[in-house]
Design a protein around this ligand. Structure first.
Ligand code: C5P
Ligand code: MG
Length: 170
C-alpha cells in the first residue's frame, strides 16, 4: 500500500504583462503611484506588476488568467483598480488551501528610474500578499532602448499550503 506523503506540495506560478506608455496616463506599479511624464495605456490602471503577479497566482492552479475573470472588452471593468483583481485572485488561492510564500518581479522600463520607489512598492506588495518584505524581490531593468515606449513585468510566485487548512483536509 502506498504511504501517505507527509511532504507538503509546494507550487510555483509565473506571469507576464506589458503596456504601452503614453502621455496623460498615470504610472502605477505594485499598487504605488510613480511620478512619470508618461503612464500605462490600459483598460484598467495598467499596473503591470499586479497583473503579472495575479496571472502568476492563477497559473499555479491552472485557473486561466485575469482576462478569464475581468475581460478587458467589458466596460464594467474600465478603470478597475488592479488591487481589486489581486484580492479576487488571492481569495482563489486561499480557497485552494494555499498562500503566497515568496514573490519575485522583474520590471523593464527605460525611464523613470524606479530605484527611489523600490521600498514603497516592496512594502505595498508585502502588505497585499501577507508576506514579509524580505520575501518580495524586485528587479528593475532598462530595455537599453529596445522598448522605450513600454513597461513590462515578469513575475514568479512560490506558494505554500496553509498549515491548518491542510490539517482540515486530513
Ligand atoms: O537595465 P540596466 O542594467 O542598464 O539598469 C541599470 C540599473 O538601473 C538597474 O540595475 C536598476 O537598479 C536601475 N533601474 C532603475 N529603474 C529603471 C531601470 C533600471 O532604477 N526603470
Ligand atoms: Mg543591463
Amino acid at each position: 500500500m502506498a504511504e501517505k506523503s507527509t511532504t507538503a506540495q509546494l507550487l510555483i506560478g509565473y506571469g507576464e504583462d506589458s503596456h504601452r506608455l503614453g502621455q496623460g496616463h498615470e504610472l502605477w506599479l505594485g499598487g504605488v503611484h510613480v511620478e512619470s511624464d508618461r503612464g500605462a495605456i490600459a483598460h484598467s490602471d495598467g499596473d503591470v506588476i499586479l497583473h503579472a503577479l495575479s496571472d502568476a497566482l492563477l497559473s499555479a492552479f491552472a485557473l486561466g488568467d485575469i482576462g478569464s475573470y475581468f475581460p478587458d472588452n467589458d466596460p464594467k471593468w474600465k478603470g478597475l483598480e488592479s488591487r481589486v483583481i489581486l484580492e479576487v485572485v488571492l481569495q482563489k488561492v486561499r480557497d485552494n488551501g494555499y498562500r503566497p510564500g515568496q514573490l519575485v518581479a522583474v520590471v523593464m522600463l527605460d525611464r523613470p528610474k524606479l530605484g527611489p520607489s523600490r521600498a514603497a512598492i516592496q512594502q505595498n506588495l508585502a502588505l497585499l500578499c501577507g508576506l514579509p518584505e524580505k520575501r518580495v524581490g524586485l528587479t528593475f531593468k532598462t530595455s537599453e532602448g529596445l522598448a522605450p515606449d513600454h513597461v513590462q513585468c515578469r513575475a514568479m510566485v512560490y506558494l505554500e499550503p496553509i498549515p491548518d487548512r491542510q490539517g482540515d483536509k486530513g
